[in-house]
Design a protein around this ligand. Structure first.
Ligand SMILES: *[C@@H]1O[C@H](CO)[C@@H](O)[C@H](O)[C@H]1NC(C)=O
Ligand SMILES: *[C@@H]1O[C@H](CO)[C@@H](O)[C@H](O)[C@H]1NC(C)=O
Ligand SMILES: *[C@@H]1O[C@H](CO)[C@@H](O)[C@H](O)[C@H]1NC(C)=O
Ligand SMILES: *[C@@H]1O[C@H](CO)[C@@H](O)[C@H](O)[C@H]1NC(C)=O
Length: 305
């Protein structure tokens, strides 16, 4: 009897021991699984996801190459600018940062390094005429758009943004303006546009698109929200509007149109004088290069009815 009791006790404790061991193993397995799952979730969440285009591939080479090209061939007067330093300063402004939390302080060092003056009478603003205005400044060196300055030239058409976790740059996606306004490129272009407008003097021009249904002048554009309010009336004598319509397009806004009238009154209120010209001929001739047979493109348009 005592022996039997002992053996049944032994069996009982063996069962208990096995039970405890199974329990411990289960707990360890569950914990490992949870940790592992968390780990993979963490790595996939480290790269924030946005709706916009990711950082341009080879961003460093693109920015450096453009910078050296600019100071060597486009504007050799700036040959003393330090492109390496410009790239490092630009990178420092957004790398490893949340791309919705970029401030003007982040970019100020870059703007200080890369800015340069524009001679009076040469500044050319634009809105919704991207292709035409740059075809024009490429052939007519009397005018410079923001994209013809060093700051505009290095960043034109390029996308970039940071990420709080390694590797610090997001090549997959970047926030759109609609997702957050304080993203790296919106803050950059706003600051560069403001600086471009502040530096303008003499007669300044703006090329607007008369074939936009919503109106040639839109107060939510960079021109309408940033640039016109940073022109200095003590330095700028006149704002000359060139209102360009599509060749052969449907009838649309002219210099007497509603949005242009609104623009004129905003500028006049700021003590800036304004003039407006429909289809400024030197620019229209460029449009005609791709549509030479159109009636608007004959040499003496008034004699051909
Ligand atoms: C945004 O940036 C500011 C200043 O750099 C910082 O104090 C703040 O914590 C940041 N906020 C987020 C959500 O990252
Ligand atoms: C700018 O244009 C105005 C008017 O055409 C002219 O009087 C002035 O001399 C010009 N300034 C420069 C620096 O060319
Ligand atoms: C006006 O805007 C439309 C739409 O963006 C574009 O297709 C057209 O080329 C523009 N016209 C001019 C003169 O720039
Ligand atoms: C415009 O000029 C007038 C008269 O010189 C002055 O009283 C007014 O304050 C100026 N307005 C602005 C916005 O500078």
């Amino acid at each position: 009897m005592p022996f039997q009791t002992r053996s049944s006790r032994t069996r009982q404790s063996t069962v208990l021991l096995v039970g405890i061991m199974v329990l411990i193993l289960t707990i360890v397995a569950v914990m490992a699984a949870v940790l592992l799952a968390n780990g993979t979730k963490e790595t996939s969440m480290q790269l924030l996801q946005w709706k916009g285009r990711g950082t341009t591939k080879n961003l460093q080479e693109v920015i450096l190459g453009r910078c050296y090209n600019y100071i060597t061939t486009v504007n050799p007067e700036l040959r003393d600018k330090d492109c390496q330093k410009i790239w490092e300063t630009m990178q420092k402004a957004f790398i490893y940062k949340n791309p919705c939390n970029i401030t003007t302080e982040d970019y100020q060092p870059l703007l200080d390094l890369a800015s340069h003056t524009i001679p009076c009478n040469k500044s050319l603003f634009w809105s919704k005429t991207n292709d035409l205005v740059h075809r024009y400044t490429k052939t007519n060196h009397n005018f410079l758009t923001l994209e013809d300055t060093l700051l505009g030239y290095i960043a034109d058409g390029v996308s970039w943004c940071g990420n709080p976790f390694s590797p610090g740059i997001n090549y997959e996606s970047c926030p759109k303006w609609s997702e957050c306004e304080s993203n790296p490129s919106s803050v950059y272009w706003k600051m560069a546009s403001k600086m471009f407008a502040e530096g303008a003097c003499g007669v300044v021009q703006v090329m607007l698109n008369g074939s936009i249904d919503a109106g040639a002048f839109r107060s939510n554009s960079i021109f309408g929200s940033v640039e016109i309010f940073n022109l200095d009336p003590d330095k700028v004598s006149t704002v000359q509007i060139w209102l360009m319509q599509n060749i052969g397009g449907p009838p649309s806004e002219s210099c007497t149109g509603r949005s242009i009238t609104r623009l004129k009154s905003i500028l006049e209120e700021r003590n800036l004088s304004v003039s407006c010209e429909d289809n400024y001929r030197p620019v229209q001739l460029l449009q005609c290069a791709s549509d030479p047979d159109h009636a608007d493109c004959t040499l003496c348009p008034n004699s051909v009815q």
